[in-house]
Design a protein around this ligand. Structure first.
Ligand SMILES: [Zn+2]
Length: 250
């Protein structure tokens, strides 16, 4: 049964991948980069924020409303004060669903309710505005949910490894991981090089930022290194909502 479920998940994911939810062609006028944090653990802002500031970089924090003010499995998550601070500093609040569930498991009604609940929660920190950038929890996508989020957001980010060049799907943008679990300096350097020369869009992602991170997070030192490499390549780092028009040449 477990194997059958695994195969079903894999097949659903492959089908979603082959469906272009929001096809686009990047203009290729100039390269651009984004740094994104998912969920998000409080230290992504408290420890990550000063590193971003050192590089003059503004990030996208993909926020799941259900984590607000909570500690889960020993990890402290953001609170309302953190959201107010980072929004005031020009960072972007993105949507990551309220309940942080794999969305292919939600029926149409649950999907709509979760999206509405997170929008309502986040908009109180965004002067009543709705978030325009979305990231799929756990990177889990199905054709149905891809269509759903493509209709509601300017961009949706997955967790598929890669850079974004030429023809892309704005409903499932690729990422380069800064997580401890998959840390690979060579892969990051190669991605930066390719984005620089093909004028693509580099999207970095991680979760917590700490000297003792989870395997889904990174250290301040590694974050500093990665942003420094992007900076050295003279690629501008912008939140998703601002990088999108640059990438599309609008
Ligand atoms: Zn997440």
């Amino acid at each position: 049964m477990a194997l059958a479920n695994l195969l079903k998940t894999k097949l659903t994911s492959l089908m979603a991948r082959s469906l272009a939810g929001r096809p686009a062609r990047l203009a290729g006028h100039r390269p651009v980069a984004s740094i994104t944090f998912d969920d998000f653990p409080k230290n992504a802002w408290v420890q990550g924020g000063p590193v971003l500031a050192r590089h003059g970089a503004r990030a996208t924090y993909y926020t799941a409303g259900g984590f607000c003010g909570r500690a889960v499995e020993g990890l402290q998550y953001y609170d309302g004060q953190d959201l107010s601070e980072l929004a005031a500093a020009g960072h972007e609040i993105g949507c990551h669903g309220f309940g942080h569930q794999p969305v292919p498991d939600l029926n149409a009604e649950e999907l709509a309710a979760d999206a509405a609940r997170n929008r309502e929660f986040l908009s109180t920190f965004m002067n009543g505005k709705a978030p325009v950038s979305y990231a799929f929890p756990f990177g889990r996508v199905s054709p149905r949910t891809k269509r759903f989020y493509a209709a509601q957001f300017q961009s949706a980010r997955g967790t598929h490894a890669g850079i974004n060049i030429g023809r892309v799907d704005l409903a499932q943008l690729n990422v380069i991981s800064l997580e401890m679990g998959g840390w690979n300096e060579k892969a990051i350097e190669t991605a930066i090089h390719r984005v620089l020369h093909s004028h693509g869009w580099l999207i970095l992602y991680t979760h917590d930022v700490s000297d003792t991170p989870t395997r889904f997070g990174t250290t301040p030192k590694r974050l500093d290194w990665a942003l420094g490499r992007v900076e050295a390549a003279r690629i501008e780092i912008l939140p998703m909502r601002e990088a999108l028009p640059v990438a599309l040449g609008l």
